[in-house]
Design a protein around this ligand. Structure first.
Ligand code: FES
Length: 106
């Protein structure tokens, strides 16, 4: 089973914010959506660009390159030119610390 990666204190990731961490070579973007935490692979499935760096609109992230929208909650591609979901990862909160784990290879 893969290890949990520490993201940081909950109060350093404010609502509407995102923080990218490295999980054994995988960039994982952890989002705070109105106090709930979600994690996606920081990869746009349109052509493999970085997903973060654009804007966050509620529970959607907009790819900065060509504007595809993804659900922060599920990783689903919501608009063209992306059609495939990006990976979604489990998040846990222990005390006031956020943790994430890449569970694809478990
Ligand atoms: S790389 Fe994200 S929409 Fe094209």
């Amino acid at each position: 089973m893969s290890d949990w990666i520490e993201v940081g204190a909950t109060d350093t990731l404010t609502p509407g914010g995102v923080k990218v961490v490295d999980a054994d070579g995988t960039a994982i973007a952890v989002f705070n959506v109105a106090g709930e935490f979600f994690a996606l692979e920081d990869v746009c499935t349109h052509d493999g660009g970085q997903l973060t760096g654009g804007c966050i609109a509620g529970d959607e992230v907009v790819c900065p390159r060509h504007g595809a929208r993804f659900s922060i909650r599920t990783g689903a591609a919501l608009t063209a030119p992306a059609y495939e979901p990006t990976a979604c990862f489990p998040v846990k909160i222990e005390g006031n610390t956020v943790w994430v784990r890449d569970d694809r290879w478990d």
